[in-house]
Design a protein around this ligand. Structure first.
Ligand SMILES: [Zn+2]
Length: 137
């Protein structure tokens, strides 16, 4: 994996998103669910997009989904990515409904393609969530 390098850039983790990042460490895809209307939400929300309720719970998604959209980067927006071009960033729609913006590993990304998560350990302290074509696709 060309992104599994020690010099990976990593965001500052805000408290509201901590369960998502801790889930990645355990190779889990964590999403949120509204306690009032049961809508599944992408991380990390403070209120429900559907009803405005602020009582949200975390749960593990099954991880599977399909490509909703994607873009192939041929120019880097940060020097870290200079030697990784081209790379694909996909919007994956999980089976539960939320969409995640993630790196895509594979030869060809196609809208509607079934995908599965892949977790890559980075620098011995981070785990990066990306997606790849599903094995049974
Ligand atoms: Zn709701």
């Amino acid at each position: 994996m060309k992104f599994a390098q020690a010099d990976v850039i990593w965001p500052d983790i805000e408290e509201v998103a901590r369960p998502f990042y801790e889930g990645m460490q355990q190779k889990k895809v964590m999403i949120q669910q509204c306690s009032a209307c049961s809508t599944h939400l992408p991380p990390a929300q403070i209120v429900c997009d559907h009803c405005g309720c602020d009582e949200l719970n975390w749960l593990e998604a099954n991880g599977s989904g399909e490509i909703y959209s994607y873009v192939v980067y041929h120019r880097s927006f940060h020097p870290f990515f200079d030697d990784k071009l081209p790379y694909t960033v996909a919007l994956v729609e999980l089976d539960e409904g939320p969409r995640l913006q993630v790196l895509f590993y594979g030869d060809a990304c196609v809208v509607g393609m079934k995908v599965q998560p892949i977790f890559t350990d980075v620098a011995g302290k981070h785990t990066l969530l990306a997606y790849q074509p599903a094995e049974n696709a």
